[in-house]
Design a protein around this ligand. Structure first.
Ligand SMILES: Cc1cc2nc3c(=O)[nH]c(=O)nc-3n(C[C@H](O)[C@H](O)[C@H](O)COP(=O)(O)OP(=O)(O)OC[C@H]3O[C@@H](n4cnc5c(N)ncnc54)[C@H](O)[C@@H]3O)c2cc1C
Length: 364
């Protein structure tokens, strides 16, 4: 069969590419390898436009939030499930300095309707410096979102559950051939696994390990609270506590260190005696050297694209970045230079050049 696109990877990014291509009636197929420990499978799903540490709008934060808010509300409508839901996030201040900074921001026009001060008591929570509210905050139930997209694609026979192997891709007359099908374009949405394939492994992707806990408690509050780590209400008395960040630990396992760190941080704001740990998970966020996403066309292999490197903000950024990539393909609109992978073209190495050459020769 002939398709316009082959998408590799059905994490958050590949799922969003698939939904946008489907909406614009493009023919595509998606291949997903089924790794059980991907970043998307463990992501908490919290979306807001604020960098909480500095109490600033994050880079293009408002623009990303407004676009993704509309996008996920459409997904809610299409799925008839409330996969995306508005929450208030309560930030527990760690100092008077943080409190002052927050108050200053609430008087600034830019932060109107985004930040406010919390004047109510939060039951069971110790907050001697007070707390603030991020009003513009939502949560996507990521695993249910991935399941919804997967079942949508399976229904249309658009999903193949298999590992994509770069050395089995062939190129003839500007068309990609894979497993008996022909594609005009390929979009790689393979997260940290990109480091294992010779197409885009020259990009400075840094796997950042994150761990989180599932706990049961009858004292944690029903809002999302953040005190450096977060507590996220799931179902009655069940909460997700996260996350850790580590560029050093690259092992595929959960750690006692992470569990102790999360419980220690939680203990600063709530009595943890009655809290029972039920599960612990890990995943690797695809972050980049300059902390900006990695989007665009391969510098040598035409019609081969990637969307990657969204670190801890894929849910916020992916909907608009995917649209911008598709606009660059179909409307010739230039990609934002801060995300365009052109900025790393000089990093391309001998292995990548050999792969590009072998692809050209693959039909000879
Ligand atoms: C603990 C933790 C908490 C987080 N919380 C949040 C949060 O609250 N909000 C937020 O926005 N972000 C959060 N993140 C970050 C977010 O999870 C990532 O930015 C996002 O999941 C990246 O998605 P992705 O689709 O680009 O990559 P991935 O999730 O890695 O998906 C890549 C997919 O490609 C598949 N794949 C890879 N190689 C192949 C191949 N060769 N063939 C076939 N398939 C392949 C994999 O199986 C996988 O399904 C969190 C991350 C962690 C670790």
């Amino acid at each position: 069969m002939n398709y316009e696109f082959l998408i590799v990877g059905q994490g958050i990014t590949g799922s969003i590419v698939a939904l946008q291509l489907k909406k614009s009636l493009k023919e595509f197929k998606l291949i997903e390898g089924g790794n059980p420990n991907t970043s998307s499978k463990v992501a908490a799903g919290i979306v807001h436009p604020i960098s909480l540490k500095r109490c600033n709008l994050s880079w293009r934060g408002r623009e990303f939030y407004d676009f993704s808010d509309t996008f996920y509300k459409e997904v809610n409508f299409e799925s008839s499930i409330e996969l995306y839901k508005h929450y208030k996030l309560l930030r527990i201040f760690a100092s008077f300095e943080e409190q002052n900074n927050w108050i200053g921001k609430t008087n600034n026009e830019i932060y109107k309707n985004i930040l406010s001060l919390n004047n109510k008591e939060i039951e069971n929570v110790k907050n001697m410096f007070g707390s603030g509210v991020v009003e513009l905050c939502s949560r996507l139930s990521v695993s249910e979102f991935l399941d919804f997209v997967s079942s949508l694609l399976l229904k249309g026979n658009l999903l193949k559950k298999d590992l994509f192997k770069a050395n089995e891709l062939k190129l003839e007359n500007n068309r990609f051939h894979y497993n008996g099908d022909i594609y005009s374009k390929v979009i790689m949405c393979d997260g940290v696994n990109a480091l294992k394939n010779p197409m885009f492994n020259y990009l400075p992707i840094i796997p950042n390990k994150g761990e989180l806990l599932t706990v049961s408690s009858n004292i944690l509050p029903s809002q999302i609270i953040n005190c450096g780590i977060f507590s996220l209400p799931e179902t009655k008395n069940i909460f997700t506590i996260g996350s850790t960040y580590s560029n050093e630990d690259q092992k595929n396992n959960v750690t006692v260190n992470a569990k102790e760190y999360l419980m220690r941080k939680l203990n600063k704001i709530i009595e943890i005696d009655g809290i029972e740990i039920m599960d612990q998970q890990f995943g690797f966020r695809p972050t980049s050297l300059d902390r900006k996403p990695l989007v665009g066309e391969h510098p040598i292999i035409k019609n081969l694209y990637t969307v990657n490197g969204m670190g801890s903000k894929a849910i916020l950024m992916a909907p608009l970045l995917v649209k911008e990539l598709l606009d660059s393909i179909y409307k010739n609109k230039p990609l934002n230079s801060m995300v365009n992978i052109k900025r790393f073209s000089k990093k391309i190495n001998a292995e990548n050049l050999d792969y590009a050459k072998s692809l050209e020769k693959s039909f000879l």
